[in-house]
Design a binder for this molecule. Structure first.
Ligand SMILES: CC(=O)SCCNC(=O)CCNC(=O)[C@H](O)C(C)(C)COP(=O)(O)OP(=O)(O)OC[C@H]1O[C@@H](n2cnc3c(N)ncnc32)[C@H](O)[C@@H]1OP(=O)(O)O
Ligand SMILES: CC(C)C(=O)C(=O)O
Length: 549
């Protein structure tokens, strides 16, 4: 078996809806939808090992903390574990007043009855019932015609009303999913839902949720958006209906489909954190919410400590989040490549702390989601001077002058080309130390004395030259000029820079000297010391020694 030369013999595109007056492409998103987490149901049912009650509770508490107000907590008629979990939430009063738990059931009376049993004593709850409506399911799974499919949904709605009436102290809301909606004829999906609505009789205060799943993502997201717009236009009593999206990611466009579905008029999104769920997963609620956030829209969810949330989700799902996963992956705020690092470093330097975020290559300020800037720039053989400079600035307060950045980045390049691996900020500093700060041969500075009078500096320096003590003596317009005059070598100072590292009594000075010896290529040297003159003298010897190698 191999891929077909003519895939049309086996596969065909899902038909596109004829909706030439579609309006969704001209809309923009302006507010967050109602969020519903399906982690403890759709997410849980797709795990290798479903969550234990402890894990479910931990996950539930995290969802509450994030700010999700509707949480599908399980399929209580399917297993004792799920049943007991719903009981635990109710009996231990673990559901905050502003949060509603939701449970799923098939459209079967025994399962519906058991579902209501699990919810006894709940202050409020959403009972979610589903049956698949697409031609393939009607034919293959249910062996039913359209009438039979509609009748199953209507009967389920009647059962919801019947069992709810037996527990009048609970504030009930209902959700109906025409499972496989995106593969269902749109007019039939509307027909079934209108029939369900006839039974439920939704009101302004108790709207009926129609959840329209792309149970398996079968088409491009624009096709789903057309289906949602068609549904919103044709469903009766639209103002008493909450249109909910439930996209999966089989074609890799679950997020896009939900976004376009919202443009098309939907009010609510069901999904899972970081996109867990059947097969390729449910739509990723974090991704959707942070997409809104980075467009300046309050998502009404709090991911200020996204790494903690990821940790909980990974622990409960026993599945890792990919390092490239939007917003949360380990590498998604990291630049290794030189031009990216250069732009990011300049962006950070110019970013107005109170202004619109404009750091190139970073769609979100990592700090907003609890990420440090440490991981933003990492250096390997793809990196340029910008990354090296950034790390030395951030971690060691070293601000190399521009031409030295170019010179020193070659030292790093040689190292990363040789090792083929990443270099840390500490390794970069160690290379600076080895190549510049410890450049003590032939001249190793020992001590000096300086007299200044009448605008002239008289300098005496004690050095070891190739291990032998030597006294140097010179005069000039400043200590550097005096030192240059004291040397037997013919040197020209091309550039001098200095700055403080740190502040207060621990402050040190860093000096950078670029010199040309005997008309050769200019070379930099660096000196760091508590005393600025000493730092300058050390920088000059560092440069001279490097030029003599
Ligand atoms: C797209 C989704 O994610 S839907 C949610 C899916 N989640 C789950 O299934 C997780 C929990 N499920 C379970 O534990 C079990 O499936 C149960 C307990 C619900 C039912 O178990 P069983 O009674 O053994 O039935 P089984 O799982 O084989 O389901 C298939 C039967 O249910 C019928 N069925 C499937 N879905 C529905 C539905 N929504 N409404 C009514 N009947 C349905 C099928 O037609 C089939 O009937 P048949 O046996 O007459 O051919
Ligand atoms: C039950 C429904 C909503 C579902 O999970 C799906 O269709 O993916």
């Amino acid at each position: 078996m191999s891929m077909l030369k003519n895939p049309a013999k086996k596969y065909r595109a899902y038909p596109v809806l004829n909706l030439p007056d579609r309006t969704w492409p001209n809309r923009i998103l302006t507010e967050a939808p109602i969020w519903c987490s399906s982690d403890l149901r759709d997410g849980n049912q797709s795990l290798i090992e479903p969550m234990s009650p402890d894990k479910k509770l931990k996950f539930f508490k995290t969802l509450v903390q994030v700010g999700i107000k509707e949480i599908e907590v399980g399929f209580p008629s399917a297993s004792q574990t799920d049943f007991d979990f719903v009981r635990l939430l109710i009996e231990d009063n673990l559901v905050p007043d502003d949060t509603t738990i939701q449970v799923l059931t098939q459209a079967r009376e025994d399962l519906i009855a058991r579902t209501f049993e699990s919810l006894q004593g709940a202050k409020k709850a959403i009972v979610h019932v589903y049956n698949a409506t697409s031609p393939a399911f009607r034919k293959i799974v249910f062996k039913q015609d359209k009438d039979g499919t509609r009748a199953l949904a209507v009967h389920a709605a009647q059962l919801l009303k019947k069992y709810a009436a037996q527990q009048p102290d609970t504030d009930w809301r209902f959700e109906y999913s025409p499972e496989t909606f995106s593969a269902t004829e749109p007019e039939f999906a509307v027909e079934v839902c209108n029939a369900v609505s006839e039974v439920i009789q939704p009101t302004d205060t108790h709207k009926l949720i129609f959840n329209l799943p792309a149970t398996v993502e079968v088409a491009m997201p624009n096709v789903y958006a057309d289906q949602i717009e068609y549904f919103c236009r044709h469903i009766n009593n639209r103002d008493k209906i909450v249109v909910s999206l439930h996209t999966h990611n089989d074609r890799g466009t679950g997020v896009a489909a939900s976004e376009l579905g919202l443009l098309a008029g939907a009010d609510r999104v069901e999904g899972c954190l970081f996109g867990n769920g059947e097969r390729t997963g449910n739509v990723d609620l974090v991704n959707l919410a942070l997409n809104l956030y980075t467009h300046g829209i309050d998502p009404k969810l709090d991911f200020s400590d996204i790494d903690h949330i990821r940790q909980v989700v990974e622990e409960c799902n026993q599945l890792p989040v990919h390092p490239r996963h939007p917003y949360v992956g380990d590498l998604v705020h990291t630049a290794f490549s030189g031009s990216h690092q250069d732009a990011i470093r300049k962006g950070f330097a110019q970013q107005d702390p109170d202004g619109i975020w404009e750091v190139p290559y970073l769609p979100i300020d990592p700090a907003d989601i609890g990420r440090s800037y440490e991981a933003v720039i990492r250096v390997n053989s793809q990196s340029g001077k910008g990354g090296v400079t950034y790390l030395l600035e951030q971690e060691y307060g070293i601000q190399m002058p521009r031409r030295m950045q170019i010179e020193f980045s070659q030292v790093i390049k040689e190292e990363t080309d040789r090792s083929g691996t990443e270099v840390s900020a500490m390794q970069i500093y160690n290379l600076l130390d080895t190549h510049y700060l410890q450049a003590h041969t032939p001249y190793a500075y020992q001590t000096h004395s300086l007299q200044e009078s009448g605008g002239e500096s008289q300098l005496q320096v004690e050095v070891h030259k190739n291990g032998q003590p030597v006294q140097l003596q010179g005069a000039g317009s400043g200590p550097i000029a005096a030192l240059a005059a004291s040397l037997p070598e013919d040197i020209e100072i091309m550039d001098y820079n200095e700055h403080a590292i740190g502040s207060g009594s621990n402050a040190r000075a860093a000096a950078y000297i670029e010199l040309r010896r005997d008309g050769q290529r200019p070379v930099f040297g660096v000196g760091i010391d508590h005393n600025i003159t000493t730092a300058s003298i050390k920088a000059l010897f560092s440069a001279l020694n490097r030029s003599l190698v």
